[in-house]
Each structure stands twice: as C-alpha cells, then as structure tokens.
Design a protein around this ligand. Structure first.
Ligand SMILES: Cc1cc2nc3c(=O)[nH]c(=O)nc-3n(C[C@H](O)[C@H](O)[C@H](O)COP(=O)(O)OP(=O)(O)OC[C@H]3O[C@@H](n4cnc5c(N)ncnc54)[C@H](O)[C@@H]3O)c2cc1C
Length: 422
C-alpha cells in the first residue's frame, strides 16, 4: 500500500489551493486525486469573466483562474493523478486513512494517508428532485449541463428558452444563451428574491432585457418527446401556485438552476457528521471534520458564491492538514459550539476551540431571508465578540466574519451568531 502525508480528493480550485498551501506549510508527500481528465473542476466550463478580483486583483475567466492554480501545482512539483476516482475513505486503527481509488493506471487499489482533504465540489439539483408535472421530453437541462454542452462541447441546445431558478449559473446561462443567438423568454424564481448575486442580475438579465419573474414557478412541462412549452404561475406567500395566473410559454429549452448539492457521499460513508443545513461536513475552526485528520473545504463543505472565498478557505484547510500530517502539537482544550439564531441559517465552522484558533478565525454564514438595517452579533454568554452593521443581507451572499484570537480567550459558554435590529 502506498503511503502519503496528505491525499487531496478533487482537483478543482479547492483541491489545488489546499495542495499549494499544504506544500508551502512543509508537507512533501502529497497527491491530488481527480476523476476528470484535467485539473480545474467546474471552472473549466465557466468561460465568462468575473473570477479572481479578490485573489489576483484582476478579472479572469474561470479557465484562466483555474490555470493560475494548476501552474502553481506544476511549478511546486505537486503530484496529481487524473482519471482517478476515489471510491471510499475510511479511518484505520493506526490513525491513518485508507483511500480506495480506481483509475486506468492503478486499477482498484487502496492508498493510505495521514491526512485527507475532501474537496469534491457539488452537483446541481436535478428535475427529479423538483417534482414538476409533465413528461420527460428532451430539451430540459440543468443549467450547468447546458453550460458544459454549449461552452465545452460547442453544442447548440435551443432557440426559445425559459429558465427556472435564479441561481448564479442560471443567470449566467441566460446571458450565454442570448449571446448564442437564442431568445430567453423569462427567468422564473419561486422565492420573492433572487438566489443569485446582484451583479449577475444586472449584467446577465437587465442588460439584455430578460424578465425576472419573482414568486413564480413552472407548474407544467408540455411535450412528450420534445419540449413544446412550460406553464408558469405566480405563487402565494406559502409558495402555492395561483392557478388563475398560469401562462403558457412556448419554448424548446428549459434550464433548471434550482440549487447545488455538495457531493458528500464519500463523507457520509466515512461516518463523518453532516450538517443538514449545508449538506456539508460539520467542521471546527481548523476545517477539520468529526474524523481527526480529515479536512473539508470549498463547495463540498458549503456552497460558495465566489471562487476567491473557495481558494482562501481551502488554503487554510491545506495548511491545517499539513500541520496535522507533520505531527504539530495540539492543545487539548475546550471546544464551544456555535449556535445560530434570528435570521442566521448556518455557520461554518460549527464549533471553535479557542486554544487551537489561528490569529483570525473566520465564521461564514448565510441568512435565511432578506434583512435590512441589521447588526450581526456574535456573543459568548455576555461577552460580545463581534458586532457588524449591515444595510442589507440577502441569502445569495455569504457573510464572512473575522474574530481575533485574543477575543476568544477566556470564553466559557457556547457562541451564538444572530441578527439584531440596527
Ligand atoms: C455547474 C456549475 C457551474 C458553476 N458556475 C459558476 C460560475 O459561472 N461562476 C462562479 O463564480 N461559480 C460557479 N460555480 C461555483 C463554482 O463551482 C465554485 O466557485 C468552485 O468551482 C468550487 O470549487 P471546488 O473545488 O470546491 O469544486 P469543483 O470546481 O466542483 O471541483 C471539485 C472537483 O472534485 C472532483 N471530484 C469529485 N468527486 C470526486 C471523487 N470521488 N474522486 C475524484 N475526484 C472527484 C470533480 O471532478 C471536480 O473536478 C459553478 C458551480 C457549478 C456546480
């Protein structure tokens, strides 16, 4: 059995950033395992701009951003194995982890690692999970599949398009399909607010005159072999369609942009605790899961809106995996859970050990609704750790709070993150 210090599962932006920082932190014997034929993950199909403003201070396309990290991986001589699918991760009695892989060169074999970084990304919520009436005609795609077909395979998928869900991938595909010569009739969104970034609504819908129908959904799909149209209706405050508002939109293409699901089958099978709010692993301040030495980062941990945040988070996971693999001394200290209240849907991490915290600890979260003029408060008992005023908080934009290490020292109760009227 081949032994590694660190095995990184997934060669997308998260896996590459984790590998680069693990190597910088002194780990030598690292490998990235990627099931695809190339490094880069989903970014390879995101040929539009807008990536890298935080990380590189310039606007890059997805493939350019991915290539910057792939260059670092190659320049630092970090080994990576492509067309290598990880099938299983399991803790061993000696504290190492057994990683079962399958690839054309290795066949099926078991590797061993002191530390593992989970960086498997996420997949899209498919039609089957949405429960829309109608047959299964051709012409219905998830937005990411359409993005791959159009941008990577050069396939012309349709002329008259409706998009369900205003997630960022759907908004970007509305513009892409328009640039490809199609007509996008509407983007229907179930919620009274968009689940995409404001900049994407402006640049991908408003600039092209594409209507965004908030509080609307597709209630029927017409056509048996080939899509002929969809019926869109307004929904009431309980998200129940109002039949009288139903309207037929003739179309040959329906794109679904209705959420992303972290790819955590390996994580669950390993026995790692999953947070039902994010569908990602429950991690502590070091991004370490409930199995010691297994770290998680990027979209497999929680869905991010900006890849720059993925890279930053994954660099921390890689550095912590290196410290673990190199046997850095750990303080045996008390850990405090992070509880959420009033408006805060989840946090990453879900617990903090002040003794093991870095100089700055990130707490990232999303709100469950639109909130105006609120303060985000982080408290432990009566000790206020952070208070930050916000003019507006929306579910589509992840919030990143920083807590200084000295603020955490001396806390004796669980931490609570909640919103308060400003
Ligand atoms: C369809 C889609 C389109 C997107 N478009 C945009 C966009 O236009 N703009 C934007 O800012 N963000 C976009 N995102 C968000 C984007 O995914 C993230 O910002 C970023 O790519 C997440 O990086 P990651 O490394 O966590 O995941 P990914 O980029 O998804 O990389 C995960 C990698 O892990 C590999 N992997 C998974 N399981 C295994 C396994 N068992 N064994 C080996 N390898 C495995 C996958 O093949 C993949 O290469 C999109 C996401 C999706 C799903």
């Amino acid at each position: 059995m081949e032994n590694f210090d660190i095995i990184i599962i997934g060669g997308g932006p998260a896996g590459m950033a984790a590998a680069v920082s693990a190597k910088k932190a002194g780990a030598e014997n690292i490998v990235i395992l990627e099931r695809d034929k190339v490094l880069g993950g989903i970014l390879n199909q995101c040929i539009h701009g807008g990536f890298g403003l935080h990380t590189f201070g310039e606007e890059l396309t997805g493939p350019e951003y991915a290539e910057r990290y792939a260059d670092m991986v190659r320049d630092m001589d970090i080994p990576y194995e492509l067309e290598t699918m990880v099938l299983d991760v399991a803790p061993k009695p000696d504290g190492c982890k057994a990683v079962t892989v399958i690839s054309p060169t290795r066949g099926v074999c078991e590797l061993s690692a002191k530390a593992v970084v989970l960086a498997m990304g996420c997949r899209e919520r498919p039609r089957g999970a949405l429960g829309i009436a109608g047959f299964r005609p051709k012409g219905v795609y998830t937005a990411g599949t359409a993005q791959k077909l159009v941008n990577l395979e050069g396939v012309h998928i349709g002329r008259e398009v409706v998009i369900l869900g205003s997630g960022d991938i759907g908004l970007i595909m509305a513009r892409r399909m328009t640039l490809e010569g199609a007509h996008v009739a509407a983007v229907a969104e179930l919620m009274p607010y968009s689940s995409g970034l404001k900049r994407n609504i402006v640049q991908c819908l408003d600039d092209y005159g594409i209507p965004l129908l908030l509080s609307h959904t597709v209630i029927d799909i017409k056509g048996k072999d080939k899509l002929e149209g969809v019926v869109i209706a307004q929904v009431d405050e309980n998200r129940v369609p109002i039949k009288e508002t139903a309207k037929l939109y003739p179309c040959d293409t329906l794109l679904l942009s209705c959420g992303l699901i972290p790819e955590n089958e390996l994580t669950s099978a390993a026995g790692i605790r999953i947070d039902r709010r994010t569908n990602g692993a429950m991690v502590n301040e070091s991004l370490e899961t409930s199995i010691e030495g297994v770290f998680s980062c990027g979209n497999v941990l929680h869905v991010h809106d900006l890849v720059d945040f993925v890279s930053e988070e994954s660099a921390r996971a890689g550095e912590n995996a290196a410290k673990y693999a190199l046997g850095a001394k750990r303080e045996k200290c008390e850990s405090f859970d992070i509880e959420t209240g009033n408006g805060v849907r989840y946090t990453v991490p879900v617990s903090i050990s002040p003794g093991n915290a870095d100089e700055l600890t990130h707490i990232r979260f999303r709100v469950g609704d639109v909130y105006k003029n609120v303060s985000v408060v982080v408290k432990s008992g009566e000790t206020e750790l952070v208070r930050r005023k916000s003019r507006i908080l929306v579910p589509s934009e992840m919030v990143d709070l920083l807590i200084k290490k000295d603020k955490l020292q001396g806390i004796s109760e669980n931490i609570k993150v909640y919103l308060e009227e400003a």
